[in-house]
Design a protein around this ligand. Structure first.
Ligand code: SF4
Length: 73
């Protein structure tokens, strides 16, 4: 999924099969990530997050304990 990032394009991929439902991504970037109610697996909410949310997305990618978020910039 390609998201707008001002002058650049950023690609966020979430790997549901790796996600353990820890929820750190949601806590760090709630405008971009959510969790499925039934099992807590990550859901990518938007393909066009606001520019000021990008740093939060980077942090979520770094701290995800399952390495389930891939960010290509
Ligand atoms: S932080 Fe990682 S493991 Fe936790 S819900 Fe988000 S994607 Fe899944």
């Amino acid at each position: 999924m390609v998201i707008g990032a001002g002058e650049r394009e950023v690609k966020i991929l979430v790997h549901e099969e790796k996600c353990c439902g820890a929820g750190l991504c949601v806590m760090n970037a709630p405008q971009v990530f959510d969790q499925r109610e039934e099992d807590g697996i990550v859901v990518l909410l938007t393909d066009n997050p606001p520019q000021d949310e990008l740093e939060n997305v980077r942090r979520a990618c770094r701290i995800c304990p399952a390495a389930a978020i891939e960010l290509q910039e």
